[in-house]
Design a binder for this molecule. Structure first.
Ligand code: MV4
Length: 494
């Protein structure tokens, strides 16, 4: 592999290109008109504008991306996460064009993309499953019959869904008919597939996932777990590795189940098997993600591996260079997602200029970002500014480093989730390790975040815009006014 195209943007495009460069592989960026000045575009050896800002006209243009690859003699595509990363039809077209898709085969993606076939595959391997329907449920009568066996509450889930999309909670029999109709029509319009299934609802579970990597020679190993229970509306907020609650025995058991699922779908590359874990530490298969995930970084920190390099090596048909028994957990790693959102205002995404943007540094601190001071946060894509990752000898040290790093992170111009993450990291329930997916709903109220230093923000905003003025005079005036107005408004509100 001589040259790869990264069919993505922002931090993950940069992160992939760094590994490619270390391997002596040339990189091609594609970018939308909104990303013309983004660092990932400059970092690439070559860069091509693919279209207007909306994803549907740029990063989701699979045929256009393949045409660019042919023109620039690209021999591999890394899809990152989101966008086309789990699109089996795209992976198939890439293969047909004679280009290597850095990821699993379209056949594996199809098998795992459909939750019903994923569950059937996992069940065949004797992976524990939550009680529920055997396959799709297509009428209310059948649903009621299953509900009598599983009991209430139960969940109706869309087979084509995932990440909580197309999921409905049913508390009692009288609600089944309505919820089932809603679930099916939602699934039909969102995914073009109205297949739904039923599961007993596990209350307050933990979300624990196993990272794995498989090669094209029948080798597959698990890279331990990530604890991802701190979520808000199915968006992960904080992830860590290892989990504070798994024992070595349970870890090995879950790891083996994840590897079995991968083997059953002839998996190749990096993948993740998601489990629900209940209060008694019983675990149940949820779904498999056939991509590199946002939070892969914490697995890298505790294993010492570079997952992107491993993905590329597998795509080059190399054998894994390590066995399960070679892998050890080294210390503890935590990641927080730094998003341009306002936690005081229902996490509403913010757009605006990064007037001041200074990242934390030092021992055990890693920042994977895609922005620089003075850049605008575009409205077209997700709100993540960066991933802040720490690594320490144990969980306590990883938390201490994270709190220090959050304090050292200076962002002025947009509200961020940094203070909110600090709230989570200092909460006794989080510190104890005893928390589940209900953490934010149960413990967080916006009023708990009132330690804004508005005077600092205001001064920093002015300082930032003065700095910024150095390059762009006209802009700076506007930004300065806006920043000060914003800080004053914020001060009034408090
Ligand atoms: C569940 C569940 C409880 N019981 N399934 C949400 C996302 C999707 N991957 C599956 N999800 C859930 N499935 C049963 N049978 C609770 C959730 C769930 C959840 C799972 C993981 C992380 C956060 C969550 C938040 C709410 C609900």
């Amino acid at each position: 592999m001589q040259k790869i195209l990264i069919a993505n943007r922002g931090e993950i495009a940069l992160r992939v290109m760094r590994s490619a460069k270390e391997m002596g592989i040339k990189t091609v960026a594609i970018f939308s008109e909104a990303d013309r000045n983004a660092p990932f575009v400059r970092y690439a050896d070559e860069a091509v504008c693919i279209g207007p800002p909306p994803s549907s006209q740029s990063y989701l243009q699979g045929d256009k991306i393949i045409a660019i690859c042919k023109e620039l003699k690209v021999d591999g595509i890394h899809p990152g996460y989101g966008f086309l990363s789990e699109n089996a039809d795209f992976a198939r077209k890439v293969r047909e064009a004679g280009i290597t898709f850095i990821g699993p085969s379209p056949e594996s993606m199809d098998m795992m993309g459909d939750k019903l076939s994923a569950k059937a595959t996992a069940k065949k391997m004797n992976v524990p499953m939550i009680t529920g329907s055997e396959g799709a449920v297509s009428n209310v009568k059948e649903a009621i019959k299953i509900a009598k066996e599983t009991g209430f509450p139960l969940l109706i889930k869309a087979s084509a869904g995932g990440g909580g999309k197309g999921m409905r909670l049913v508390e009692k029999e009288s609600e089944i008919e309505e919820q089932m109709k809603l679930a099916m029509s939602e699934a039909k319009s969102a995914f073009g597939n109205d297949a739904v299934f039923i599961e007993k609802y596990a209350s307050q579970p933990r979300h624990i996932e196993i990272q794995l990597i498989a090669d094209n020679h029948g080798n597959c190993v698990y890279l331990f777990e990530r604890e991802c229970s701190v979520q808000r509306r199915h968006q992960k907020v904080i992830e860590e590795a290892p989990s504070a609650v798994l024992t070595p025995e349970l870890r090995a058991k879950m790891g083996k189940c994840a590897v079995d699922v991968a083997k059953a779908c002839n998996y190749s590359g990096a993948g993740t098997v998601e489990f629900l874990v209940d209060a008694d530490l019983n675990f149940y298969f949820l779904e498999m993600n056939t991509r590199l995930q946002v939070e892969h970084t914490v697995s890298e920190m505790i294993t010492g591996l570079d997952l992107v390099k491993e993905q590329i090596k597998v795509a080059r048909n190399e054998k894994l260079s390590f066995k399960q028994e070679d892998l050890k957990i080294n210390g503890h790693s935590i990641e927080v997602r730094v998003c341009a959102e306002d936690p005081m205002n229902n996490f509403l995404p913010e757009v605006g200029n990064l007037l001041v943007y200074k990242v934390p540094q030092g021992n055990g601190v890693r920042v994977d970002d895609g922005f620089e001071q003075g850049m605008e946060i575009p409205i077209y894509y997700d709100s993540m500014i960066s991933k802040l990752i720490t690594h320490g000898k144990d969980r306590t040290e990883a938390i201490e480093k994270m709190l220090r790093a959050i304090n050292d992170y200076k962002i002025v111009g947009v509200e961020t989730t940094l203070e909110f993450c600090k709230f989570v990291l200092t909460h006794p329930q989080f510190v104890s390790g005893n928390f589940d997916t209900g953490f934010i709903k149960n413990y967080f109220q916006p009023e708990m975040l009132n330690n804004h230093n508005t005077e600092f923000d205001e001064l920093a905003a002015i300082a930032g815009s003065v700095l910024f003025k150095g390059n762009k005079t006209d802009f700076a005036f506007v930004n300065n006014q806006e920043a000060v107005k914003k800080s004053k408004w914020k001060a009034n509100r408090l």
